[in-house]
Design a protein around this ligand. Structure first.
Ligand code: ADP
Ligand code: 2DT
Length: 215
């Protein structure tokens, strides 16, 4: 029996600034895909449930301090440790809807002084390449209306402004299928646009092998 009766699943990543609606949209997308007969599962990075994820979680909660290069490599290792599982699911025809991926990894670390975008990308080179990267674009002032910043590390408006600039740089890469979504609209409007892009990506992915990120 073939591993891929109807072709592989698609790797769909949602990125965007804090409170842009990534988690809300990931959940709605998975539900809608399943309801339309397309197998799908949600994942998120960092995945705080693994041993590496617990180190990252303590760092984000400011319960521990980690050297900046070290934590960057831990975020990358947290993706790599899940690659075998991701490949297995994709090959079984399950599409993966992922809340943050290597783009957050690069955008956040390269927002720190002394970190180049190029250095930050290297540990993630060769990860499964997303078939679609949805960037939920929201002005910082509008994000602020959706609630206060939390108390985790990186949750300050000055830092997030630099993060947004780094995302904008990453989005210029034509080797990736970036789609910028205006996240200031209603949850349902956003969902409809995201679902359309995702269905196209799922159809396209069936016919081609999983790519390698930034390679
Ligand atoms: P993220 O995962 O990007 O940080 P969330 O999905 O957790 O964002 O949403 C952040 C907050 O904004 C939540 O309170 C959520 O209910 C609300 N929200 C999400 N999408 C919208 C939207 N399109 N319009 C208004 N509020 C939204
Ligand atoms: P949330 O769990 O609220 O999404 O916050 N981050 C994330 C990094 O610095 N590097 C990474 O590789 C990833 C995936 C973004 C997680 C915080 O961790 C940041 C916000």
């Amino acid at each position: 029996r073939s591993k891929m009766p109807c072709g592989r699943g698609a790797l769909i990543v949602l990125e965007g600034v804090d409170r842009a609606g990534k988690t809300t949209q990931c959940k709605k997308l998975v539900q809608a895909l399943i309801e339309s007969g397309r197998p799908a599962e949600m994942m998120r990075f960092p995945d705080r449930t693994t041993k590496i994820g617990q180190l990252i979680s303590a760092y984000l909660e400011k319960k521990s301090n980690l050297e900046d290069h070290t934590v960057h490599l831990l975020f990358s290792a947290n993706r790599w440790e899940l690659v075998p599982l991701m490949r297995e699911k994709l090959e079984r025809g399950i599409s993966l809807v992922v809340d943050r991926y290597a783009f957050s990894g690069v955008a956040f670390t390269s927002a720190k002084p002394g970190f180049s975008l190029e250095w930050c990308k290297i540990p993630d080179v060769g990860l499964p390449k997303p078939d679609l990267v949805l960037f939920l674009q929201l002005h910082p002032a509008e994000a602020a209306q959706r609630g206060q910043f939390g108390s985790e590390r990186y949750e300050t408006s000055d830092f997030q402004k630099i993060v947004l600039q780094r995302f904008e740089h990453l989005m210029k890469d034509p080797s990736l299928n970036w789609q910028v979504i205006d996240a200031a609209r209603s949850i349902e409007d956003l969902h409809a646009e995201i679902k359309t892009h995702s269905e196209t990506a799922i159809t396209m992915a069936k016919k081609q092998p999983i790519g390698e990120l930034w390679k």
